[in-house]
Design a protein around this ligand. Structure first.
Ligand code: ARG
Length: 392
């Protein structure tokens, strides 16, 4: 029997996939859950379900790698897609890479995932699998065009242990938590408070503001309030502190790869804090030309990640450029967190391009008179246009 490695989350889709792969596709199934910072029970549950269903199962801890090699790159790029800090999108290629590594180790030539044919993840998984292996891909839910109700029926009739009924479809990793489905599918319905677990509501956030200092080295956060932390730790600490103050809720109409619009809610407190602080430090340390170009990079980078093109060479090219550009984005940003609002209070850097003396009203070294000629001819083209084209 041919061996298949299934990316297994323990949710409805992938649980159904196990049985479908065995019965409809006649495969031997090995399951694996890649830990990118899901809640504890989303790591232990798949292991338990796999055991109950007689499966060989792996748990692969990829949290450090996710923080260091994926999230830190996204920070340098200020990566946001339509206002969403790309949590799910960023983790998918890493999960696929880990599954490919396991397939090689297990001698499997086929990989399976539980994505439907409507979402983005099918693109992200498959593009990464195909660009890093010659494995075949089976997507049973998409292949059989199954609805959720059909999946539940199949699970019940085949004795598949189902996850406890969750109201929403949730995807969580250390960079963010995404909440969709159920009543949230109506874009006019306000998300109920119980949908959120990482962030407090504005009402419940502490009355007292909190001031924090976030230190950066070469474009990435290295210390919170003077305490040095490794990548994973600092992201977790930022999630904690910003979440407590109700920072980082995002509610958007998102454009999926296939063109469907979907209503998405995110909790990304750490990402919100870090990216805003990072941008404040860039304003101090990068030139106007660099800042302008960084916007373009950010846009393109985010689109590549969202669209599942992690292995596209342009993404690597942009990373190289960013690594070079970000060498000077080091320093400290002071921020105030209060009832859902985040305000930059100050910033400093050894690479600051701010010339306090020159910009001062009291300075005479920068001779104002030298500017007269430059100012006089400044809007040359606009002046020509107004005179030539708007004569009357
Ligand atoms: N829309 C986001 C993305 O495509 C997140 C989707 C997460 N999935 C979920 N079931 N909540 O990256």
């Amino acid at each position: 029997m041919e061996k298949v490695v299934l990316a297994f989350s323990g949710g409805l889709d992938t649980s159904v996939c196990i049985k479908l792969l065995q019965e409809e596709y006649d495969k031997e199934v090995v399951t694996a859950c890649v830990d990118v910072g899901q809640p504890e029970d989303e790591i232990t549950r798949p292991a338990k379900v796999a055991r109950e269903m007689g499966m060989k199962h792996y748990t692969i801890d990829a949290k450090e790698e996710f923080a260091r090699d994926f999230i830190f790159r996204a920070i340098k790029a200020n990566a946001l897609y339509e206002g969403y800090p790309l949590s799910t999108a960023l983790a998918r290629p890493l999960i696929a890479i880990k599954i490919v590594e396991l397939a090689k180790k297990e001698g499997a030539t086929t990989i399976s995932h539980g994505c439907t044919g409507k979402g983005n993840d099918q693109f992200r998984f498959e593009s990464t699998i195909r660009s890093s292996s010659s494995c075949n891909v089976i997507a049973p839910i998409r292949d059989l065009n199954l609805t959720r109700t059909e999946e539940v029926e199949y699970a019940e009739s085949h004795g598949i242990p189902l996850p406890s009924d969750k109201l929403y479809s949730i995807d969580e990793n250390i960079w963010g938590r995404s909440i969709e489905g159920d009543i949230l599918e109506d874009p006019m319905v306000e998300p109920p408070e119980e949908a959120f677990t990482w962030t407090r509501s504005t009402e419940d956030a502490p009355d007292e503001p909190q001031v924090v200092e976030l230190s950066f080295e070469e474009g990435v956060p290295v210390a919170l309030d003077g305490q040095n932390m490794a990548p994973l730790k600092i992201i977790e600490a930022c999630n904690q502190v910003a979440g407590r103050h109700g920072i980082g809720r995002v509610d958007i109409m998102e454009d999926r790869i296939i063109g469907l619009k979907s209503r998405e809610n995110y909790e990304t407190p750490g990402a919100f804090l870090i990216i805003n602080a990072h941008k404040a430090l860039e304003q101090l340390t990068l030139t106007r030309e660099e800042l302008k170009f960084a916007e373009t990079i950010s846009h393109t980078y985010s689109e590549l990640v969202y669209n599942g093109l992690w292995h596209e060479p342009l993404r690597e090219d942009l990373d190289q450029l960013l690594d070079h550009m970000q060498r000077r984005v080091s320093g400290v940003v002071k921020l105030k967190l209060h009832k859902g609002s985040l305000r930059v209070l100050g910033r400093k850097s050894p690479y600051s391009l701010y010339n306090e003396k020159a910009v001062s009203f009291e300075d005479k070294d920068l001779d104002q008179r030298e500017m007269a000629g430059m100012v006089k001819n400044y809007a040359l083209q606009a002046a020509c246009y107004q005179k030539v084209c708007k004569k009357d």
